[in-house]
Every structure is written in C-alpha cells, then in structure tokens.
Design a protein around this ligand. Structure first.
Ligand code: CUA
Length: 188
C-alpha cells in the first residue's frame, strides 16, 4: 500500500502564498468599497445626505416653501428645475408631477405626518420623507414618458394606495406650460 499524497506541501510555502493572495484580495475589496463610497458621495447619491434642512411639519400649509400654491415644478433663473412635494397619509401633493427632459431637476420634499417614501420607478430617485426634514435629490431625465411614484415606506393602513405619477415631457413643451402656469403639475 502506498502513502496518499499530502494535500498541501509540508514546507509551508503553499500556505504562505495562499495567505498573501487572500491578503491582497482583502485589501483590493477595501480599496474598491472606499472608491465606490467616494464616487457615490461626490454624486449626491449617498444616503443619508450630508446637508440637513429642517422644516416644521405642523406649519407646512401655513407659510414657507411648502405652502400649497408653491408645490409642483418651478423653473429657476439658471434654467434648472425644482420640484416641491409633500407626502401625507395617504397621498402626495401634487399627485402628478410634470418635469422636462434633459434638465437638472432638484426634488425638495417632506412629510406632513409620518415617514413616507418617494420613489420614481425606473430612475435612481428614491428618498425617505421624514417629518421635520427636507429631503433633497437632484436628477435628470433623458427619456420622455410616464413613471409611477409609489410610497415605498410602510406608513399605516392606506400605504398600498399611496401612489403618484411623474410625467416627463419634452423640454420645449414644458417651457410652454411653464410660461402659462407658475407651478406646473399634471393634476387633473
Ligand atoms: Cu406613505 Cu407608505
């Protein structure tokens, strides 16, 4: 009967080589994660956001930027857009948001009661609306179309019925609507 071949050479060199290889891989994973976090942070894609703005959820409808007449899309002097919206049990105001293609859009949204979610399907817009805080995210939409905007944080019994819509339209058509309406929305 012959002795079975040892699985590892017994001089220790193979083990050391394997350790070195795994040490290199571990460091590479760390470097990759740090690079990804840096990239996400620089692109305002990181949650939670670094700049915190607060707002009194009990007074949203009385004064300030979230009064009803100021909600919807606004055109800024530099040509970019700002969308202001509120989530409340169990709807969004406005319930239909209209935005132009090929334009930088800054979403500014908050909640009037409990935590809600603000997600635009098929895009990377995904915010939590927390009462007392303004959630801010910049986005750009290149393809026109209609998107769903479901609340994606459980917010009590009416949660599954809390939906909005986002209509992305050609920027020239949007400019015509914005010329006629101070705060365009597609609420009918
Ligand atoms: Cu609002 Cu779920």
């Amino acid at each position: 009967m012959t002795e079975p071949e040892p699985l590892l050479p017994d001089d220790g060199a193979g083990g050391e080589r394997a350790e070195r290889r795994w040490a290199t891989i571990s460091v590479a994973i760390l470097v990759l994660l740090v690079a990804l976090a840096t990239f996400a942070g620089l692109h305002l894609a990181a949650m939670p956001q670094s700049r915190v703005e607060t707002v009194d959820p009990r007074r949203l409808h009385l004064a300030g930027e979230f009064i009803e007449s100021n909600l919807g899309s606004a055109v800024e002097p530099d040509g970019s857009g700002t969308v202001r919206a509120i989530g409340q049990q169990y709807s969004f105001t406005p319930s239909c948001i209209i935005v132009p293609t090929g334009t930088r859009i800054t979403f500014r949204a908050t909640s009037a009661d409990v935590v809600h979610g603000f997600l635009i399907s098929g895009t990377n817009v995904n915010l939590m609306l927390v009462p007392g805080y303004v959630s801010i995210l910049a986005a750009r939409f290149d393809e026109p179309g209609e998107r769903l905007m479901p609340c994606q944080e459980f917010c009590s019994v009416g949660h599954q019925g809390m939906w909005g819509r986002v209509r992305i339209i050609d920027k020239r058509a949007f400019a015509r609507i914005a010329a006629a309406q101070r705060r365009p929305s597609c609420v009918e």
